[in-house]
Design a protein around this ligand. Structure first.
Ligand SMILES: Cc1cc2nc3c(=O)[nH]c(=O)nc-3n(C[C@H](O)[C@H](O)[C@H](O)COP(=O)(O)OP(=O)(O)OC[C@H]3O[C@@H](n4cnc5c(N)ncnc54)[C@H](O)[C@@H]3O)c2cc1C
Length: 386
């Protein structure tokens, strides 16, 4: 089958590679390049952890971990670092209690630590607000931007065609789709189409996705580590659910690999920011967010007091209403697929999304109801946080 994949981020890149491996003739298109500075996958690193209250993401994360490790051998470079992920649990332990049974079921190694044990492992930390911690031993981080580039390079090596071209939006949905129009005025024909354009999806398919995927502005900060710090003496990845701000999770990735070690101690706040246009939005951080991040860092990591900001990034989440992915066909168009809605947690799932969608297109896997578009027309229930 001839298949066009639009978008070479964490989702589209893996989808294209998996389809190519199944013997299809695949063209992968990206208007700005794989993991470009506007893309959601465009930052240096992303957390990968199996601790989820929804079992499906635990399973997909484990599959992604395996796919990264298998493919790193082909890529000839390391992109997945199993540093361990510390989860700091505060008064609300419900997310951890929901996740625990999945970790047990899927044999994910973890350790529960009281604060004394935590400090013995992670001495440079203040335990204020932390009741206890969970160390997910096999979690860590992925080199995000470089990882997308490696997936696309491998796709091309295995016979796929990559084109740096922008696809025109489908303002009006046709009754059948056999070709798409590019911004340079040319057309490309295919039997099936996958739209994996991340935060741009609501602009490309407005009739189906406007208001369904809402991009939000997310500021990220890299603080300079003291000069005596070496990447060998590393701090693991951490997710702080014990912050004093209600419903706020901060997370951090103190990169230890040679490629990103000098980038600084990365910290982000996992709360959806204001609406943002991925194409035209100016990437300027909000100074109030910087002040809050710095305040948080100084409280949790006293050794970072007065650490200078060395870099900052503006990225965007591509939020769905319930923070679950969308992997489905467009109503009435059985050969047109959407893969997106990563909602701030999609990078780690990208490889598993590629596997799932390649098999869905071939009809060899059952559909996952959680990823269908029509779920979003029903009232939501429960806690929408992941
Ligand atoms: C600050 C921040 C922190 C995050 N932290 C984590 C984390 O720790 N762990 C985790 O798992 N996830 C995390 N995420 C989420 C994750 O990064 C995203 O869900 C994921 O990268 C989305 O990938 P994507 O392929 O859907 O989109 P993108 O990476 O945005 O890719 C879409 C691509 O489509 C292209 N495109 C758009 N329009 C067109 C067009 N018309 N024609 C051709 N090409 C087009 C774009 O150029 C782009 O390259 C985070 C996100 C942000 C913003």
């Amino acid at each position: 089958m001839k298949i066009i994949v639009v978008g070479a981020g964490a989702f589209g890149g893996w989808v294209a590679l998996m389809l190519q491996r199944k013997g299809h003739q695949v063209q992968l298109l990206d208007g700005h390049g794989p993991a470009n500075a506007r893309a959601s996958s465009g930052d240096e690193s992303r957390v990968i952890r199996a601790l989820y209250k929804d079992e499906i993401y635990t399973r997909m994360t484990l599959q992604s971990m395996q796919l990264w490790e298998e493919n790193e051998i082909l890529f000839g470079e390391k992109y997945f670092y199993r540093t361990g992920v510390f989860n700091f649990i505060g008064r609300d332990e419900s997310r951890w209690l929901a996740a625990k049974s999945h970790l047990n079921k899927w044999h994910v190694g973890y350790e529960e630590l009281d604060n004394a044990a935590l400090i013995s492992r992670f001495p440079m930390l203040s335990t204020k607000g932390i009741q206890y911690s969970v160390l997910e031993e096999g979690g860590g981080y992925l080199r995000a931007r470089a990882g997308c580039e490696a997936v696309v390079a491998q796709f091309v090596l295995e016979g796929g065609q990559y084109l740096q071209k922008n696809v025109k939006a489908l303002q009006q949905l046709p009754t059948t789709l056999s070709e798409i129009e590019l911004e340079d005025g040319s057309n490309l024909e295919a039997d099936a189409f996958v739209f994996a354009a991340g935060p741009w999806l609501s602009q490309i398919l407005p009739q189906v996705l406007e208001g369904v995927i809402r991009p939000s502005k997310q500021d990220l900060f890299y603080f300079g580590l003291p000069s005596h710090f070496t990447f060998k003496q590393h701090i693991p990845v951490w997710c702080d659910f014990a912050t004093l701000e209600e419903d706020v999770m901060y997370y951090g990735i103190p990169a230890i690999d040679q490629a990103t070690a000098g980038f600084g101690f990365k910290v982000g706040k996992d709360v959806a920011g204001p609406d943002f246009d991925p194409e035209h939005g100016e990437r300027i951080i909000d100074l109030k967010n910087l002040e809050n991040a710095r305040h948080f860092m100084e409280q949790r990591f006293p050794f970072m007091k007065r650490a200078p900001l060395v870099q900052a990034r503006v990225c965007q989440y591509e939020n769905t209403l319930d923070a679950h992915l969308i992997i489905d066909t467009i109503p009435g168009l059985e050969n047109v697929w959407v893969a997106g809605g990563g909602s701030g947690h999609g990078y780690k799932l990208g490889a598993a999304v590629g596997h799932y969608l390649a098999n869905r297109i071939e009809g060899s896997l059952a559909e996952e109801p959680l990823f269908l578009l029509n779920r979003l027309s029903k009232p939501l229930d429960g806690d929408q946080r992941r």
